[in-house]
Ligand binder design. Structure first.
Ligand SMILES: NC(=O)c1ccc[n+]([C@@H]2O[C@H](COP(=O)([O-])OP(=O)(O)OC[C@H]3O[C@@H](n4cnc5c(N)ncnc54)[C@H](O)[C@@H]3O)[C@@H](O)[C@H]2O)c1
Length: 287
């Protein structure tokens, strides 16, 4: 049994992490108890607690809002993990941090996927600050895992729930068909985190999405098929979608598939996104 501090513990991923790591001694905090942007408070808290692991599930995750939100985004996504890394080092704890496919520009050919050491090139404030967060972690401790994930859904508001709601009330919807990525069930990412702790895999960065890839359009079709929802799905380009909805959006990667070869090498197998979706829909009572 390990002593594990979870930050951002009210969030979507944290809900699954708490369940997966429940056999350990968990100390769960969110911004009201421990604001990760406050360096001294973080240091004092961690020095008092002396955890074996810190799992940082805290982040500023509103990708579009981040474009206009100012310095708070950098504080939460970069200074925060930096503070946790410094504190972890002080007490000899391992820091587990979560990052994103948005650290890449997403201009990769559709058949290809990014490796962990490929050149980064974020094009949004969210992606830039998340990359800074990775750099802060690496600069301040050697004992870290950074799990880059994507298209996350789980216990909380997410794309799958939104589509199911729309599908139940409309005859047809239009969904973007020119962005490629890997939907990731929070439970499967939480399991990767659990296995990393239990198997003591080598420190470093790991790409951690469900296996396989799709587009938002095909993902939506799969959601409706698996849940038996009768709603027509029309493919649209990102450009057309923005025009149709009359919205301003941060740029999205066209292809942000992440290769899981490194995870496989350390003995961690990840289920396919179709299998993950099925388990999620069963848990949600939709199948
Ligand atoms: N949601 C996605 O699609 C997605 C995709 C790729 C990567 N990620 C990454 O996965 C991780 C988890 O994302 P999520 O969707 O579960 O996030 P979330 O938005 O559901 O939860 C984030 C939590 O962080 C907390 N928080 C915010 N500021 C804080 C602060 N200063 N101090 C302490 N806590 C603070 C919030 O209160 C919230 O409970 C994040 O690192 C995110 O960048 C998410």
């Amino acid at each position: 049994m390990k002593k594990i501090l979870i930050t951002g513990s009210n969030g979507m991923l944290a809900n699954s992490v708490k369940e997966r790591l429940s056999k350990n001694e968990l100390i769960c905090t969110d911004v009201a108890d421990l604001d990760i942007t406050k360096e001294n408070a973080v240091l004092e808290f961690v020095q008092d607690l002396k955890p074996d692991y810190i799992v940082n599930c805290a982040a500023y995750t509103a990708v579009d809002k981040a474009e206009e939100a100012g310095e708070i985004v950098e504080k939460i996504n970069s200074d925060g993990p930096g503070n946790l890394a410094k504190a972890a080092k002080e007490v000899g704890a391992t820091l587990i941090h979560v990052s994103t496919d948005y650290v890449f520009d997403g201009e990769l050919e559709v058949e290809k996927s990014y490796q962990e050491d490929d050149a980064t090139g974020p094009v949004t404030v969210y992606g830039i600050t998340k990359l800074h967060g990775e750099e802060q972690v690496k600069a301040n401790t050697d004992k870290y895992y950074i799990f880059r994930t994507a298209w996350l859904y789980g216990e909380g508001n997410n794309f799958v729930r939104t589509m199911l709601k729309l599908g139940e009330t409309r005859d047809e919807i239009s969904v973007v068909s020119d962005q490629h990525g890997s939907p990731t069930y929070a439970e499967d990412l939480a399991n990767i985190i659990g296995e990393a702790i239990e198997k003591e895999i080598p420190y470093g960065i790991y790409h951690s999405t469900n296996e396989g890839f799709t587009t938002w359009y095909d993902f939506t079709k799969a959601i409706f098929e698996q849940a038996g929802v009768n709603c027509k799905v029309n493919p649209v380009s990102t450009e057309k979608y923005i025009e149709m909805m009359n919205i301003v959006q941060a740029k999205r990667p066209k292809n942000s598939q992440l290769s899981k070869a490194k995870l496989a090498k350390v003995g961690i197998q990840v289920p396919t996104w179709e299998d993950a979706l099925r388990r999620y829909l069963i848990k949600e009572g939709k199948i």
